[in-house]
Design a protein around this ligand. Structure first.
Ligand SMILES: [Zn+2]
Length: 82
């Protein structure tokens, strides 16, 4: 069974973020790895509490963001070649 990222209780929800390009067409988007959370921790996070969860979410966004930046750079270069 999956355990909560904040407190190791059983998981109630998974939270993931989506980063997408806004000025580049076709739109490219990347979903972050999901963070498993229990009801209590998600509730506390939404209310502005738990710092550890904020850190986990920030860390989960990084690979998605990096992949997006690389994709944009690659497609920009291939457009210049044409
Ligand atoms: Zn929890």
């Amino acid at each position: 069974m999956k355990l909560c990222n904040g407190c190791n209780r059983p998981v109630d929800y998974s939270v993931c973020t989506v980063v997408s390009t806004n000025r580049i067409s076709p739109r490219f988007q990347k979903c972050s790895k999901s963070i498993p959370l229990c009801m209590t921790c998600l509730d506390a996070f939404v209310a502005g509490g738990d710092v550890q969860i904020a850190e986990s979410l920030r860390e989960s966004i990084r690979p998605a963001f990096t992949a997006l930046v690389q994709h944009v750079e690659t497609s920009f270069k291939s457009q210049q070649v044409r």
